[in-house]
Design a protein around this ligand. Structure first.
Ligand SMILES: C[C@@](CO)(OP(=O)(O)O)[C@H](O)COP(=O)(O)OP(=O)(O)OC[C@H]1O[C@@H](n2ccc(N)nc2=O)[C@H](O)[C@@H]1O
Ligand SMILES: Nc1ncnc2c1ncn2[C@@H]1O[C@H](COP(=O)(O)OP(=O)(O)O)[C@@H](O)[C@H]1O
Length: 320
């Protein structure tokens, strides 16, 4: 009898920006307790999973040629974690193709997004009866940011960022993203924050409550005043040129700018869609970053997209 091979499954998955990221002291397990407000953005990766006789990973777009294609790729770790969760002991006969729009080591959780998308895609490819909450437990074992990429939207993250509750966000917010020429390592940025705190007492951002209220009000001007990130000082300490990028975005007309997560991507909140296009055009001429993109949020988390031949909307892009 002929075995039926299921068709490939493609999943679209968003990047995140941290609207608020307060970092507490280092825990004994090597992580920092944190409180963050995540927002999922229309800047996405697409992940296709297919049954194959030649298992492995292919990477196109951002990070092509530098992102590992072996077992250390977070998407492959997701394949192994899901296989082990459902008791598949043989080597998974799966090919994973990553089409990346999210900058690598950019503080926008691109690797986490790929892992989340792989879990969703494989659950569909293998016809598994698993809930998103079950996938979120596997996701948390792969990285602190992976569960958020499953759910998307706007959410409050606590613990090491993996414990999530949704946050009401009444508005579509418009962003301009400035990608840097080179990424920053997340552990190095946390380490730099520990060093800065040991050497002095850098100011800490306050409570997340005003940010949650601004999101409910839907007023980008109110939200702009409240963007905050304890890792920003550490990212800027490692990459002093980020100061120039942050200044340039505001000079170009953004309401406010912040380093996204551990950086080095800078995210600029704009008044509306039109303003975002104008800010992006001006920023791309300022020579302060590699590439500029516009995006909006919140958007949903990892989702299967129509048949594998379905047309893919190109992300809006402005080249520096
Ligand atoms: C900083 C944040 C903010 O959303 O995002 P990125 O900037 O990386 O996108 C996250 O906390 C990153 O999450 P993620 O990238 O999944 O990190 P993980 O793989 O879990 O951890 C990588 C390393 O970062 C440090 N780490 C991470 C999370 C945390 N709460 N405390 C930490 O100290 C630890 O050194 C850890 O070994
Ligand atoms: N699928 C993947 N996409 C991007 N980076 C990956 C992936 N798998 C492993 N990595 C490694 O993880 C590191 C962090 O990447 P990424 O998740 O893009 O950044 P960040 O943690 O800053 O959001 C990269 O330096 C890369 O070598």
């Amino acid at each position: 009898m002929l075995a039926v091979v299921p068709p490939p499954v493609t999943v679209r998955v968003p990047a995140k920006v941290n609207l608020h990221l307060s970092v507490d002291d280092l825990r004994e397990d090597g992580y920092h307790e944190l409180v963050t407000v995540f927002q999922a953005l229309s800047l996405t990766d697409e992940v296709t999973v297919a049954v194959t006789e030649e298992p492995g990973i292919e990477v196109y777009g951002e990070g092509e040629g530098t992102v590992p294609t072996g077992p250390e790729n977070l998407a492959w770790r997701a394949v192994e974690a899901l296989a082990s969760h459902v008791g598949r002991t043989e080597e998974p006969k799966v090919r994973v193709v990553l089409r990346k729009g999210i900058p690598v080591a950019g503080g926008m959780a691109g690797g986490s997004a790929d892992a989340a998308a792989t879990l969703v895609g494989l659950a569909s490819l293998w016809g598994l009866d698993v809930t998103r909450d079950e996938l979120a437990e596997i996701a948390a074992g792969l990285g602190s940011d992976v569960p958020f990429a499953l759910y998307g939207g706007t959410a409050l993250g606590t613990g090491r960022g993996e414990q999530l509750v949704p946050v009401l966000s009444r508005h579509t917010f418009h962003w301009v993203l400035a990608f840097a020429a080179e990424g920053l390592s997340t552990p190095k940025v946390f380490g730099e924050l520990d060093r800065l705190r040991a050497a002095g007492n850098p100011p800490r951002i306050g409570s997340h409550t005003p940010v949650v209220e601004a999101l409910a009000s839907g007023d980008p001007r109110q939200l702009a005043l409240l963007l905050g990130n304890d890792l920003q000082a550490a990212a800027v300490s490692l990459r002093p040129d980020l100061r120039r990028t942050l200044r340039a975005g505001v000079n170009a007309g953004a309401l406010a700018g912040t380093v996204s997560g551990s950086g080095p991507t800078c995210a600029f909140l704009c008044e509306d869609a039109q303003s975002a296009v104008e800010v992006a055009a001006e920023l791309s001429g300022a020579g302060v970053c590699r590439t500029v993109r516009v995006a909006h949020g919140p958007v949903p988390g990892a989702r299967v997209v129509g048949g594998d031949d379905a047309p893919r909307p190109a992300p809006p892009r402005v080249h520096a």
